[in-house]
Design a protein around this ligand. Structure first.
Ligand SMILES: Cc1cc2nc3c(=O)[nH]c(=O)nc-3n(C[C@H](O)[C@H](O)[C@H](O)COP(=O)(O)O)c2cc1C
Length: 377
């Protein structure tokens, strides 16, 4: 196929990010690209990966590289999945379904966010057996139970409960861009729409993005506080996690773990796994990079439960680094989102290919022909 968009010339995830920035209005780009406060934690996630050096071993036969990974009895085509991202259709119209279908085609997990801009039922259909569900615990127990019951009915068998949002993160870019509920049309927004006609047209076709799973509940919302109360709660505790564990019959993982003792407590409560994550540096600016937090966690709960790592994955070698430090699997958030922003479905494919080819090369260069065999040595 002729590469009219020049996506084949995007060599890295960072190249795709720059392409996305050129096609998307500032307020929508920043919504995904931004982090908490000074964004130190967001930058640190990436720097810390780069600081983990890997020493190649040579004269190993690497003519047949196997990067598959098995989780909970299902074998995936690559050791990374799509992290849950809320309101992603605001970044690029139709992004949720594009990514859910990509994950099915490439046989990797797709995690449907509670706050997605597409319903969890439609995402389960698109991901077709590769869908996992991410739960935000609401301040209203009926809202939480309603989501769980819907996820069950839609056929999800793996649920991630996100623990790292006792309050919404403070994102300075969104404040500067005057992102508000209800959405306000400012002169900057109008300028952004005119400067990005493709995005504006696609948004017109797809309709205004919303938080689809809560569309009815949020219809009357007049402030961020209303939205937050529906979506999250500062009152989520270990007691609630215990109840969720008893309630959810499928696999249950807790997302947003950074402290070894929290990881140990998840294991004691019978959780099947954790996601070592700092929400891509969107919650706080002062925390550790996830690749730095990982070794102590792996030492505490490794072998007792599945460990997944996200936040800052931008290169195939990052997955190798995560596995070498004790993770079983990884999630990419922005990396795949930037692909969609750069070129819709073809951009998403390009992002996947870049990560996959980089990982295959890393395994070959490092003399480890199978991802499953990557260890600390
Ligand atoms: C725009 C945006 C929205 C997100 N929404 C959610 C969400 O709804 N639920 C959740 O658990 N994590 C959410 N996350 C965090 C991601 O699941 C993941 O932890 C993070 O993107 C990983 O960092 P990375 O983007 O550097 O890969 C969001 C991240 C971004 C960038």
């Amino acid at each position: 196929m002729v590469d009219l968009m020049g996506l084949d010339r995007a060599a890295s995830i960072d190249d795709l990010r720059l392409r996305a920035r050129r096609r998307i209005p500032r307020f929508a780009f920043d919504l995904v690209d931004g982090g908490a406060e000074s964004e130190r934690n967001m930058r640190r996630n990436i720097e810390a990966f780069e600081e983990v050096e890997l020493t190649p071993r040579y004269m190993v036969d690497v003519s047949d590289i196997d990067m598959r990974a098995t989780l909970f009895g299902q074998t995936y085509g690559a050791p990374f999945g799509m992290a849950p991202i809320g309101m992603l259709n605001a970044f690029w119209p139709g992004a949720d379904l594009t990514l859910a279908k990509l994950c099915k085609r490439r046989n990797i997990p797709y995690v449907a966010s509670s706050a997605a801009s597409t319903t969890l039922e439609a995402l389960a259909t698109a991901a077709d057996g590769n869908g996992w569900f991410q739960l935000y615990v609401s301040s209203d127990a009926d809202v939480t139970e309603g989501l769980i019951a819907r996820a069950e009915a839609a056929g999800y068998t793996t649920m991630l409960v996100t623990a790292d949002v006792p309050a919404a993160g403070k994102r300075d870019r969104d404040i500067r861009n005057q992102l508000a509920v209800p959405f306000r049309i400012t002169p900057e927004v109008v300028a952004g729409l005119i400067a990005n006609p493709r995005w504006s047209l696609e948004t017109l076709i797809h309709g205004k993005p919303n938080i689809a799973n809560y569309a009815d509940l949020l219809q009357g919302a007049t402030s961020y506080a209303d939205v937050q109360k529906t979506l999250i709660t500062p009152g989520f505790t270990w007691e609630d996690l215990k109840r969720l564990r008893a309630r959810w019959k499928g696999k249950l993982l807790v997302k947003g773990i950074l402290h070894p003792q929290d990881a140990a407590q998840c294991a004691e409560l019978g959780c099947d796994g954790i996601v070592v994550s700092n929400h891509g540096g969107r919650q706080v600016a002062f925390g550790p990079a996830t690749i730095d937090a990982l070794p102590a966690i792996a030492e505490t709960v490794g072998g007792r439960m599945t460990i997944i790592l996200d936040s800052g994955i931008r290169r195939g070698a990052d997955m190798f680094r995560a596995k070498a430090r004790g993770a079983d699997f990884t999630f990419a958030g922005r990396a795949l989102a930037f692909g969609v922003g750069a070129g819709g479905q073809r951009g998403a494919e390009r992002a996947f290919d870049i990560l996959q080819l980089e990982l295959i090369r890393a395994l070959g260069q490092l003399g480890v022909p199978s991802f499953a065999a990557v260890g600390s040595s």
